[in-house]
Design a protein around this ligand. Sequence first.
Ligand SMILES: [Zn+2]
Length: 140
Amino acid sequence: MFNRLRNTIVRFMAGRYGTDHLNRFLMGTYLALWVLSSCFARTRLGWPLSLLATATAVVLLWRTLSRNIPARQAENEKFLRRWTPTKDWLRRQWTRLRDVRRCRYRRCPGCGTWLRLPIKRGRRTVTCNRCRAQFRTFFL
Ligand SMILES: [Zn+2]
């Protein structure tokens, strides 16, 4: 029974695109929009959010079932070129927020590296442990 259902699905998906990073991102967006639209269901934002969620789901389904695999792969690559730096930036912000009581982050003017520094209040001179450049900084 389950085997027959599985075979049917496998046969249906043969030659179709399936999933990738962009589709997982669209799935997350869809779920977030769906939750938001239920939260704002009784306000003016309710139906535009639910429309947006439905549109996202349609695009997700269309990409998953698409037979034009090279075009979908190109879209995914384009998406990753933009998403990867954004994701890294978000992760850095999260780390900074998590460490706000313990240390501060300063960018080295010499090599551009982010330095994680213990909090010592007032003006101080910092030495970059990568390029050995020294610079003045200030902690509140
Ligand atoms: Zn440096």
